[in-house]
Design a binder for this molecule. Structure first.
Ligand SMILES: [Ca+2]
Ligand SMILES: [Ca+2]
Length: 513
């Protein structure tokens, strides 16, 4: 954390801005073939300004073929060879996009072997496949890093390289369960650590077996201390900035209060906790905010609501009311919103591959309340659909990066993301500003975001219809001259105090001072 603060201070002094290439650092890993030198981004002001990039390490970049034991690229549930060294080597890809934080999956030793699984026909996996712990959630030993991902030294090197770029790291950690058939079930030294009988999650969320996985008796101090020591120790030794907490509602509040006290005590007051309360919203999360167990959680409502909006369901004013309601959250706490994740279908697939609809949702993700989470590769239109192909390889195009070498990338979409991310980062109104709806006739929604502290005001207009739509709204007092529309980069003249808004079919426009 000390390192991140220093990086923040230096970058502020140098006035470096998002996406701007900085000086080559002596410890910089090999850059991607496309970009030269090290990309330095201005760190987020605090976590409410974060833009998070979520990586499944095994699917991102293979930086060490010596650890590719059992790798099978043809198996959608198999190991594909990505590792921490590969991720570190491709960090400039993420820094250049403008993300301020990277969330990586859990990296401790996974259960040996695999379980047999089958997916739906559209994924070509209906006849079954061997599902391994490549995603990191099926632990067999909390005290060591899985060699497939690399070593603890590799994690530290990754964290250091991220910090050198002004990027924070969130490590995903699990406390609720172990992998199928692991040593915690069979080794006598852990006798009594796993609940004897499976309980239905609908009947009891604390004692159930999530996905049939062995559930730890986390109320037993021996068990909880072991798990806390392992995860907190790993964080302390490697310098990660926070945890993404898996399956929060399946572990008790008492545990999370001890967890918060220990992370504050041992990792610092600013050690950040982003919790997964499955299905949660900003209101549902309050159960974990009220006693300060986590700093933020996922808002599971955003993707479906945006899909409904661009699919023309419901009235525009109802969607505006929804966006406004998302601001209702306990003061000092945040929520993270995403379009796709490893547990849900890829958004572009759900939208029938309609890039225009997808881009409207990306625009709304980057201009509304919360911490936007980008699921690796969705910024270049990664292929895939539902599980398990929602966890396929990061596309690298012509770059010599495995395992996704040769997979197509949509660079125009990436540029669109990059522009909106830079816009969000330049305007505190977009991260922390209040929401006000300005216009909601037919398929055109116009709203403003206003940050009282900085005086920053941005106006956003989304058209979900099939024709060009125009409207006139009053320009904010704070604007002394016409704004620049961020998506097109065009200046727009004011007509007196009126802003003439003009949005093409299925598109978004962002008017910035
Ligand atoms: Ca590897
Ligand atoms: Ca449990």
């Amino acid at each position: 954390m000390r390192r991140a603060l220093t990086a923040l201070f230096i970058s502020v002094l140098l006035g470096l801005s998002a996406g701007c290439a900085g000086p080559e650092a002596k410890d910089a890993p090999a850059a991607t073939p496309k970009r030269e030198g090290m990309v330095r981004v201005t760190p987020q002001r605090d976590w409410s300004d974060a833009i998070i990039y979520f990586v499944l390490v095994d699917r991102f970049a293979d930086g060490d073929t010596d650890n590719n034991s059992g790798v099978d690229l043809d198996n959608p549930g198999g190991w594909h060879g990505g590792d921490l060294k590969g991720l570190t080597a491709q960090l400039d890809e993420i820094a250049d996009l403008g993300a301020t934080a990277i969330w990586i999956n859990p990296i401790q030793v996974q259960m040996p072997g695999a379980v047999f699984a089958s997916g739906p026909p559209e994924t070509g996996t209906q006849n079954g496949f061997e599902h391994t712990g490549f995603h990191g959630y099926w632990m067999d030993d909390f005290n060591s890093v899985d060699p497939h991902f690399g070593s603890e030294a590799d994690l530290k090197a990754f964290v250091d390289a991220a910090h050198a770029r002004g990027i924070k790291v969130l490590l995903d950690v699990v406390y609720n369960h172990a992998g199928y058939g692991t040593r915690y079930l069979t080794d006598p030294q852990y006798k009594g650590w796993i609940r004897a009988r499976p309980v239905d999650c609908a009947a009891d969320s604390l004692s159930c077996q999530v996905g049939g996985l062995p559930d730890f008796v986390t109320e037993d101090p021996d068990v909880s201390t072991y798990l806390l020591d392992a995860n907190i120790g790993l964080a302390r030794r490697t310098g990660v900035d926070g945890f993404r907490l898996d399956t929060v509602k399946h572990v008790g509040h008492d545990f999370w209060q001890v967890h918060r006290a220990r992370t504050r005590e041992e990792l610092g007051d600013d050690f950040y906790l982003l919790g997964e309360v499955w299905g949660g919203s900003n209101q549902v999360l309050d159960e974990w905010f009220v006693n300060d167990e986590i700093d933020s959680g996922f808002d599971f409502t955003f993707r479906g609501s945006c899909r409904g909006f661009v699919d023309g369901k419901g009235r525009t004013i109802a969607y505006a009311a929804y966006l406004q309601k998302r601001h209702r959250i306990r003061e000092g706490y945040q929520a993270a919103h995403y379009l796709s994740s490893h547990d849900e279908p890829l958004m572009l697939y759900e939208l029938g591959g309609d890039l225009d609809k997808f881009k409207v949702c990306v625009g709304l993700q980057m201009t509304t309340f919360g911490l936007p989470v980008i699921y690796y590769g969705e910024e270049v239109a990664r292929d895939g659909s539902v599980w398990p192909t929602n966890r396929n390889d990061m596309p690298w195009g012509d770059a010599a990066v495995k395992p996704g070498r040769g997979k197509a990338r949509n660079e125009d979409l990436r540029d669109y993301y990059k522009n909106l991310i830079a816009t969000r980062r330049a305007h505190p109104a977009l991260t922390r500003g209040d929401f006000e709806r300005l216009y909601w006739e037919g398929d055109l929604l116009i709203f403003s975001r206003s940050d009282m502290d900085s005086g920053d005001v941005v106006i956003v207009a989304a058209n979900r219809g099939s024709e060009m739509l125009k409207a006139k709204v009053t320009a904010p007092e704070a604007w002394t001259e016409g704004p620049v529309e961020a998506v097109t980069g065009q200046p727009v003249a004011l007509s007196g105090r009126a802003l003439k808004v003009s949005v093409p079919p299925m598109a978004i426009r962002v008017y910035t001072p």
